[in-house]
Write a protein that binds this ligand. Structure first.
Ligand SMILES: Nc1ncnc2c1ncn2[C@@H]1O[C@H](COP(=O)(O)OP(=O)(O)OP(=O)(O)O)[C@@H](O)[C@H]1O
Ligand SMILES: [Mg+2]
Length: 399
């Protein structure tokens, strides 16, 4: 019996909370486990009263419990964490954000010029408690790739591409975060069909887990019908907090839906995320070329590395299988050639993509074998194969 108990406890401790993506044993949520006959009684403490994805967590606990020989039933009793446990959880998350225990250990032995800058004292550690500190994953040497999705003008499908690309990367098994930095025109929570707001744990925000992606957006923090009329400094602070006071874990990819064009937000992002790579979304018509170029030039002025171009709305496939190039052709390749970067992919015009965006069911989820999903998967593969940019370091060395 004793052996069963410890096997059971071990199996349950390892179950990951969907929102935190950490083991419930590790974050103090698993309180007690008793085994009576074939029934496991699990006492679970949740950090907040409205803790999201509790059904899914219970399902995972049941599955893990029932996988232990002799256990046929799992009953979960939920209580609210007391403040000391909550504080310990916050400290645990902050510690992870600061880099302790980060699995990739990317900085070890990896010389980086920024560490020699007397203005920085990070030495691979974070900046302590409270306030928006620079999380480990944004610091030099981290293996996280931050990819800003940008466009010269609105309406070219930047958010749609960001959302579907993020989910495709997650489906390939990567840890993915999505920051909707289009603070004025946020649309990502609705497009993703986010079922709940991010959880606020004291001075920490836990991004909303949706379709395997961690998501944060200004849209979660302002009422639906209210415009965001913040000026530069406030926006800068907000962006800093979105990155420094949010528990992103250790993402492999952080995609950023950039506001169209250039402006305060782009400047702030470049400052807070100097390692960001940029991909430019454009449409096929030749007239879009100059506009798309402009956003790339702006990015380069900010010393961000432009990695490639994505052409959206490239063709429409009719019922008879004929491809119609409704918006012309060659625009994406032309922009890519102008910029000296690759065309990373072309995404077709698909009614289900728009419909999915409107009802919060991204097309890669609703039609995973459709032509849009295939295009996004190819795009994700291409981005992964491209590997991280090295340009940033060269520029720093030269400075
Ligand atoms: N490949 C596509 N097929 C069909 N509809 C698309 C496609 N790409 C985008 N759309 C639709 O076009 C509209 C604009 O797309 P989206 O909101 O993604 O663009 P955006 O560049 O982020 O715009 P904004 O500047 O307003 O943020 C949306 O209704 C979206 O569903
Ligand atoms: Mg958008």
């Amino acid at each position: 019996m004793a052996r069963d108990q410890s096997t059971l406890e071990e199996a349950l401790r390892a179950v990951r909370d969907p929102e935190l993506d950490l083991g419930v044993g590790d974050v103090g949520m698993l309180r007690a486990v008793t085994l009576r006959r074939h029934r496991a009684n699990v006492s679970l403490a949740v950090p907040t009263a409205n803790w999201p994805s509790l059904d899914e967590l219970e399902r995972r606990l049941t599955e893990a419990g029932c996988s232990v020989p002799g256990v046929e039933e799992v009953s979960v009793e939920v209580s609210l964490m007391e403040e000391p446990a909550r504080a310990a959880l916050r400290a645990r998350l902050r510690q992870e954000m600061a880099g302790a225990g980060e699995p990739d250990g990317g900085a070890a032995g990896d010389h980086d010029p920024v560490h020699d800058d007397p203005g920085h004292d990070d030495h691979g550690h974070g900046h302590g408690q409270g306030g928006a500190s620079v999380p480990r994953f944004l610091q030099p040497g981290s293996s996280t790739r931050v990819i800003g999705v940008s466009s010269g003008k609105g309406g070219v499908g930047k958010s749609s591409v960001t959302v579907n690309l993020a989910i495709s990367l997650a489906t390939l098994g990567h840890r993915v975060g999505l920051l909707d930095a289009d603070v004025y025109g946020f649309s990502v929570p609705a497009m993703m069909g986010a079922s709940h707001d991010p959880v606020v744990l004291g001075d920490l925000v836990v991004p909303t887990a949706t379709h395997g992606v961690r998501l944060l957006s200004m849209g979660f923090f302002v009422p639906d019908d209210q415009p965001v009329i913040w000026r530069g400094p406030m926006l800068h602070k907000a962006i800093e907090q979105f990155l420094g006071d949010a528990y992103w874990g250790s993402p492999d990819y952080l995609l950023v839906d950039m506001p169209p064009g250039t402006g305060d937000v782009t400047l702030s992002l470049a400052q807070v995320m100097p390692r960001a790579e940029i991909v430019v979304v454009t449409t096929p018509q030749p007239a879009a070329r100059r506009v798309a170029q402009r956003s790339a030039f702006a990015a380069r002025k900010l010393k961000l590395s432009v990695r490639g171009v994505i052409e959206n709305m490239s063709w429409f496939t009719g019922d008879d299988g004929t491809r119609y190039e409704l918006f012309g052709s060659g625009g994406g390749q032309a922009v890519a050639d102008d910029l000296g970067v690759p065309l990373l992919g072309r995404v077709p015009l698909v009614p289900a993509l728009r419909e999915g965006g409107d009802v919060g069911r991204p097309v890669v989820v609703s039609e995973p074998d459709g032509e849009a999903a295939l295009a996004f998967r190819a795009l994700a593969d291409r981005l992964v194969a491209l590997g991280p940019s090295r340009v940033y370091r060269r520029e720093l060395t030269l400075r």
